[in-house]
Design a protein around this ligand. Structure first.
Ligand code: ADP
Length: 271
């Protein structure tokens, strides 16, 4: 029988997301930023009891948007679009896992499309006991935003945040880190408003304002940009007591430091 070192299962669990905007060139369809993926793989290398999720960037979002996959199965075209989106999302997923393994990480792939079932856009069933076992054995489970079969719509796009919501409900992580291409949540979109100020902390006293400030992504996006992230993270913090951080994963060292529990520039969400 395989014996799990007790120290592994005692450590607190952290979920980390790397946004599609960090891993791909969002101005060109299906273009990975290999150097960035390699750097992030090295930053993640020395952590344990972490589950990594990643977005789809210019891989899934462009195809999903073109075929309106988020609206479900409406005709033969949406069927074709769903298949194409699942295929391109899987391609980026393999690239990420590939770079992790090359960097020496014991990555283990768990794409939600292989097991999750949604109802009206929300994952309602996904047996993640294999993921949990892999985690306990010391692997780094890797999941992603994906196309998922849906009981009401036929198919849906499950964002990485939705995938994390399901995992968090089952595994109760201590922390969730979301790495994107801004330093956190700002008073307005910092890509447009250069004078926007970083909101360092979101809690019950300012969540309504923060949701008003957080808007859509500037690129093709089918999962709701910063607004949806804030809503998801606040909800997870409220329901599961998990501390959530939004940080800038494009700045070298930030992901490594945040995983190590060091203070980095960003937004903390704690309901
Ligand atoms: P990812 O691809 O990393 O998951 P998204 O592109 O979906 O992230 O969402 C992040 C984007 O949201 C930012 O690049 C920015 O353009 C946009 N955004 C809109 N409002 C805000 C805000 N108030 N603060 C930060 N980013 C914002």
């Amino acid at each position: 029988m395989f014996l799990v070192p007790p120290i592994l299962t005692m450590q607190k669990l952290c979920l980390i997301k790397l946004g599609g905007s960090v891993l791909t060139d969002t101005t060109k369809p299906n273009t990975p930023k290999i150097e960035e993926i390699m750097r992030l793989a090295r930053e993640i290398r020395s952590t344990s009891r972490v589950i990594l999720g990643h977005g789809s960037g210019s891989f899934g979002h462009v195809t999903a948007h073109k075929y309106k996959v988020q609206d479900g199965l409406k005709n033969a075209n949406s069927m074709k679009g769903a298949a194409m989106t699942q295929n391109v999302a899987a391609k980026l997923h393999r690239i990420v896992v590939d770079e992790l393994v090359k960097a020496g990480v014991s990555a283990f792939s768990f794409p939600p499309s292989a097991g999750a079932i949604a109802r009206n856009g929300r994952i309602v069933r996904w047996d993640i006991s294999a993921l949990e076992e892999a985690l306990d054995k010391g692997f780094l489970p890797v999941t992603c935003g994906d196309v998922v079969v849906d009981l009401t719509k036929g198919v849906t796009i499950a964002s990485t945040e939705e995938v994390f919501r399901h995992i968090a409900q089952k595994l109760r992580p201590a922390r969730i880190i979301v790495g994107g291409d801004t330093d956190g949540v700002f008073t307005a979109n910092p890509k447009v408003h250069k004078n926007a100020k970083l909101i360092e902390r979101i809690d019950g006293s300012n969540i309504a304002n923060a949701l008003r400030s957080a808007g859509a992504s500037l690129k093709v996006d089918v999962t709701g940009g910063m607004r949806s992230k804030v809503a998801y993270l606040y909800d997870m913090s409220r329901k599961f007591g998990v501390e959530c951080r939004i940080i800038n994963a494009t700045v070298p060292g930030r992901v490594r430091d945040a995983l190590a529990g060091r203070r980095v520039r960003g937004t903390i969400i704690r309901a």
